[in-house]
Design a protein around this ligand. Structure first.
Ligand code: 13P
Ligand code: SF4
Length: 303
């Protein structure tokens, strides 16, 4: 039996479904039941009838799935896969802003720990941040942890006052604008599609800025046949599936999220067989607050 066949068999036996992010290895995306961006995955996690959710992504994704589905078993194939940005804000930053601005809304990117979510008023993803923040009644917005997404959202909503935090995604922050420029010189007709976690110099070169799903949808529906992609290179798999006739170019220093790439087929087989690496979330006040922050996102994103 191949590893792929073994996973299919175990999934049926255990009543499990496999959810994966676009940044995981292609062979993991290939066996997934659902592949998506953070927003799609958080919505999907709520809809699944299965007893077990196998979450192929980093820990904040598994935490969010568990918070939204406390009765379900959430298995993380690699319990150490973590997003460094998800930790990049202190409670002091939030407290200080709350003291200073009476009508403050603390908006946390879903790429944050459950603890950070518990200090926040609403969660957002890159796919829904502009829509949600625009519709908040508050004028003052502390946007945590990502400074790049915060600036991108702030530019779209000039009527609000943004307070920034210094967090960033190392993969997107360190992308080199010079490498994107080189690609543009080589392929002048190519469209440049980038993720809002990128630094401002890279964002300035973009024809389109959006979440991983946004980038894939743009390429899927575009009449163009060449694209320069400014996000983690795991999206190549979905892009090629969507557009077999198109060419996709990534920066010379390939953007790779080492944490997302930790997840392997062997680990998936292992957690399915043994029920190991379960995401556990205590039933306390902090996690209840984190759950409300996520539920508020799901509610506001639908308006
Ligand atoms: P999206 O999938 O929401 O675009 O986010 C990208 C990301 O960095 C996830 O960790
Ligand atoms: Fe975190 Fe960046 Fe990896 Fe996404 S790509 S999980 S933001 S480190």
């Amino acid at each position: 039996m191949t590893k792929q066949e073994e996973i299919q068999k175990l999934k049926k036996e255990k009543d499990a479904v496999i959810l994966t992010h676009y940044y995981v290895r292609p062979e993991v995306q290939e066996i997934a039941d659902y592949i998506g961006d953070s927003y799609f995955l958080s919505k999907k996690a709520v809809d699944m009838p299965h007893k077990i959710l196998v979450f192929c992504g980093v820990s904040f994704m598994g935490e969010s799935a568990k918070l939204l589905n406390p009765a379900k078993t959430v298995l993380m194939p690699d319990g150490k896969a973590d997003c460094p940005m998800a930790h990049m804000v202190t409670k002091e930053t939030v407290q200080k802003a709350r003291e200073r601005y009476e009508d403050l809304a603390v908006v946390c990117y879903i790429n944050s720990t459950a603890e950070i979510k518990s200090w926040s008023d609403v969660s957002v993803t890159s796919a829904n941040a502009v829509q949600i923040v625009k519709n908040l009644p508050n004028k003052n917005i502390l946007f945590i942890p990502d400074k790049n997404l915060a600036h991108f959202v702030a530019e779209k909503i000039p009527e609000k006052n943004f307070i920034y935090n210094e967090g960033y995604c190392p993969v997107h922050e360190h992308m080199k604008a010079a490498e994107i420029r080189e690609l543009k010189e080589q392929y002048p007709t190519a469209r440049v599609l980038v993720h809002p976690e990128c630094n401002s110099e890279v964002l300035a070169l973009a024809d389109y800025i959006g979440s991983t799903s946004g980038i894939i949808d743009y390429a899927a529906n575009s009449p163009e046949t060449m694209f320069i992609i400014g996000t983690e290179s795991g999206v190549r798999y979905a892009l090629q599936q969507a557009r077999r006739d198109a060419l996709f170019f990534f920066p010379g220093t390939e953007p790779v999220c080492e944490d997302m790439k930790r997840i392997t087929l062997d680990q998936i087989i292992d957690v399915l067989k043994n029920g190991s690496s379960e995401m556990k979330m205590e039933d306390g006040q902090a996690n209840a607050a984190a759950r409300r922050t996520l539920e508020r996102m799901l509610e506001l994103a639908q308006r």
